[in-house]
Design a protein around this ligand. Structure first.
Ligand SMILES: *[C@@H]1O[C@H](CO)[C@@H](O)[C@H](O)[C@H]1NC(C)=O
Ligand SMILES: *[C@@H]1O[C@H](CO)[C@@H](O)[C@H](O)[C@H]1NC(C)=O
Ligand SMILES: *[C@@H]1O[C@H](CO)[C@@H](O)[C@H](O)[C@H]1NC(C)=O
Length: 392
C-alpha cells in the first residue's frame, strides 16, 4: 500500500516534470501533493452535534489529506510548503494551532488528535465564529512572512448550519471569498441535521462543497487543494473546461489577451518576454471556443471583424504551434479550423490569425512581418509543478 502510493507519487512527479504538449493536450494543473504550497486553516465544529466519533473521523481525515508527502510548516530553503492552522468552534471559536505551530506532519498529527479528542458540552454551533477567527489568523499570521502571495484555503467540518443575526456565516464567507480565499466545506450529516449541505454549499467556493458520505472525502479535499494551488498571475485568465462555469475544472494554462496591435512576429516575441510563455495554441475546439468567448468579453480587443494572432505558423514544410522559448514547436494535428479556402500557399503567408466569420472566428494565414492585429499569449499556471514567487 505504502509502496503503491510511493510509486504513484513518483509517476505523478515524473509525468509532471516532463509535461510536453507532444501528446497534444493542454497542460494540466500540477497534481503533486508533496509540493503543495498553501496556507490552510481547518475550522472544525466541536459542538455536541459532531459527536466524539465524528470528531475522531475528522482528525483522521485531516491527517489523511496531508499525508501524501505535503511539507507541513515553513522552511526558508523550500518555498513549496503548506502551513496548517486549526480552529474549533461551538458557541465561540478557539485557536488550537496558529499557522506557525505545526512544523511537520507528525507535529500536526499529534496536535490535531489532541485538540479534537472530545466534543464540548454545548450544542450551540456558530460557524461564523470559526470563519471570523480564520480570517483574523490569515491576516495577523502573515506579517513578516514571505507568504503574502500564497493562496489561502479554509476547510470547514460542520455538523450544523445556523444563520443567526450577527452570527450568520454568509457575510464573513463572502468577504473571505472576495479576498481570494477558497473555502472547502464538509458536511457531517447527523440524523435530523436539516439543510446542512444546502447551507454549507452557499459558504463553499464553487464546486468545493462535500459531504462526509462521499466515497473518499480525503481525495475530494486533496483535489480541491490542488485546484486551489493552481492559479494565474493577475491580468491572466485561467483556462477552464467551461468559460461560464467557474466551478469547471482548471487547466494549468493561463491566457492573456493583448489589446495592442502587432504583426505576428512582434506578437510572438511579446509573449516571450515572460518565461514559459508562447502565442496561444488551439489543439481542439474547446480551447478555441474558450479563447473566443474571452475575446468577446474583452472591450479592449478589436472587433468587426475580430482578428487575433495565435501560435500557428509554417516552418520547414509543416504547420506547427509556437512553444515557449527553447522548446521545439508542436506539429498541427487533428482539429482544424481553417476558413473556407485556407490555408493559402504559405510561402508569403506563414503565420495564422483567427479572423471573424459570422459568430465565430476561423484560422486564416497571414504574413509574418506585416499586418497588425491583437494577440493571445499563454503561459504555465502557478501550481505544484511551477512555484511562482511574489513578482510573478
Ligand atoms: C527544508 O528544505 C530543505 C530543501 O528542500 C531540506 O533539505 C530540509 O530538510 C528542509 N528542512 C526541514 C526542517 O524540513
Ligand atoms: C468569544 O470570544 C471572543 C474573543 O475571545 C470574546 O470577545 C467574546 O466575548 C466571546 N463570545 C462568547 C459568546 O463567549
Ligand atoms: C482515499 O484517498 C486517499 C488520498 O488520495 C488515499 O490515500 C486512500 O487510500 C483512499 N482510500 C480509499 C478507501 O480508497
Amino acid at each position: 500500500m505504502k509502496l503503491g502510493l510511493l510509486i504513484l507519487l513518483l509517476l505523478v512527479s515524473v509525468y509532471a516534470d516532463t509535461y510536453s504538449p507532444l501528446s497534444y493536450v493542454d497542460r494540466p494543473c500540477g497534481m503533486d501533493l508533496s509540493n503543495l504550497w498553501l496556507d490552510v486553516v481547518v475550522v472544525v465544529d466541536n459542538s455536541q452535534g459532531m459527536t466524539n466519533n465524528g470528531l475522531d473521523n475528522v482528525a483522521a481525515n485531516i491527517l489523511n489529506v496531508f499525508s501524501s508527502g505535503t511539507r507541513i510548516g515553513s522552511n526558508s530553503s523550500e518555498p513549496r510548503t503548506t502551513r496548517l492552522g486549526l480552529v474549533t468552534y461551538n458557541s465561540n471559536a478557539t485557536q488550537q494551532a496558529d499557522l506557525n505551530k505545526y512544523q511537520s506532519i507528525n507535529d500536526a498529527g499529534n496536535g490535531i488528535f489532541d485538540s479534537l479528542s472530545t466534543v464540548v458540552y454545548t450544542a450551540d454551533s456558530y460557524l461564523a465564529t470559526g470563519l471570523t477567527l480564520a480570517e483574523k489568523m490569515f491576516i495577523e499570521q502573515s506579517v513578516n512572512t514571505i507568504r503574502g502571495h500564497y493562496k489561502r484555503v479554509v476547510i470547514v467540518y460542520a455538523s450544523e448550519y445556523n444563520e443567526d443575526g450577527e452570527l450568520d456565516p454568509l457575510s464573513v464567507a463572502n468577504r473571505l471569498k472576495l479576498s481570494n480565499v477558497k473555502i472547502i466545506t464538509v458536511a457531517y450529516e447527523q440524523p435530523g441535521s436539516v439543510g446542512l449541505e444546502n447551507g454549507l454549499s452557499q459558504i463553499a467556493s464553487p464546486g468545493f462543497s462535500f459531504s462526509n458520505n462521499v466515497v473518499n472525502i480525503s481525495q475530494e479535499i486533496q483535489n480541491a487543494l490542488l485546484q486551489s494551488n493552481c492559479f494565474c498571475p493577475s491580468n491572466w485568465i485561467q483556462y477552464h473546461t467551461s468559460y461560464s462555469d467557474p466551478a469547471s475544472s482548471r487547466y494549468g494554462v493561463c491566457l492573456q489577451l493583448v489589446g495592442v496591435l502587432a504583426n505576428w512576429v512582434a506578437a510572438k516575441n511579446g509573449c516571450r518576454m515572460k518565461s514559459n510563455t508562447n502565442l496561444a495554441t488551439e489543439f481542439n475546439q474547446a480551447k478555441h471556443d474558450f479563447i473566443l468567448e474571452a475575446v468577446k468579453d474583452n472591450s479592449g480587443f478589436q472587433r468587426n471583424p475580430y482578428q487575433y494572432h495565435i501560435g500557428l505558423n509554417y516552418i520547414n514544410d509543416d504547420w506547427v504551434w509556437d512553444q515557449p522559448a527553447g522548446q521545439p514547436p508542436v506539429k498541427l494535428q487533428s482539429w482544424f479550423n481553417w476558413g473556407t479556402g485556407f490555408p493559402n500557399a504559405p510561402a508569403s503567408q506563414s503565420a495564422v490569425s483567427n479572423i471573424q466569420s459570422g459568430v465565430t472566428t476561423k484560422w486564416t494565414n497571414v504574413a509574418m512581418y506585416t499586418g497588425a492585429a491583437n494577440y493571445v499569449c499563454e503561459t504555465y499556471s502557478c501550481d505544484t509543478d511551477n512555484y511562482c514567487d511574489d513578482n510573478y
